[in-house]
Write a protein that binds this ligand. Structure first.
Ligand SMILES: [Zn+2]
Length: 223
């Protein structure tokens, strides 16, 4: 069987996690998010994990080489034999080059960069509607409203908007996202690897589109 080696791109609030979870089941892929990989390596106390911990404890960003070493180890494990979804990496063009080289060293290559695209206004609408109670119960003013405005259904506590969910904070994150991601989108487009999906559609529909596209890609790879 041919592999599906994927990177996942998209703004916050695009539902990437949901889509990744479904694709993992559809195609029996391994799922690697950079956050999880780092946490796991640190917890397991591997050599890479110890290095990463030292760097993060000093308040520095984990360098690309170390991330690529982590990815190399994960991709080489048996559960990634049919392919993988990489979430959170690459974020820059040099990282994308590094990933291509790392995969090539393993005799593999990227099948596609899956972009779940959502317009900025829709991201703001999705994220800024979130409300939480002090115990962590979560609502959405539009998609999952509480029975009474600003009061938790479960414990009657007042609901509030997290600072992270304030529209001005979301706009700032989106600016960073665009500045970082647009060169990557272009990079993968130029290499014929970009597959763009309309993430403003309902999640089930987005999933159907992605699954159909990937199934076709897998067939093509086998020919
Ligand atoms: Zn509550």
């Amino acid at each position: 069987m041919s592999e599906l080696n994927l990177v996942l791109l998209g703004p916050p609030g695009a539902g990437k996690g949901t889509q990744a979870g479904r694709l993992v089941e559809d195609f029996r892929l391994a799922y690697f998010s950079t956050g999880d990989m780092l946490r796991e390596a640190v917890e397991e106390g591997t050599e890479l994990g110890r290095k990463a911990k030292e760097i993060m404890d000093a308040g520095d960003l984990v360098p690309d080489d170390l991330m690529l070493d982590l990815i190399r180890d994960k991709v080489d494990e048996p559960d990634a034999r049919d392919g993988f979804i990489l979430d959170g990496f690459p974020r820059t063009v040099p990282q994308a080059d590094g990933l291509a080289q790392t995969l090539s060293d393993l005799g593999r290559s990227l099948t596609a960069a899956v972009l779940v695209d959502v317009p900025d206004d829709e991201v703001v609408r999705r994220l800024s509607g979130r409300r939480v109670c002090p115990k962590g119960h979560t609502y959405h003013v539009e998609f999952d409203p509480p029975k009474h405005d600003d009061v938790c259904d479960q414990d009657g506590q007042p609901l509030r908007q997290r600072d992270d969910d304030k529209p001005e904070t979301i706009r700032r994150r989106l600016e960073n996202y665009h500045a970082q991601t647009e060169p990557l989108v272009q990079y993968y487009d130029e290499r014929g690897l970009l597959r763009r999906f309309d993430g403003s559609r309902p999640p089930a529909e987005v999933h159907d589109h992605i699954r159909a596209t990937l199934a076709t890609l897998r067939l093509e790879e086998r020919l």
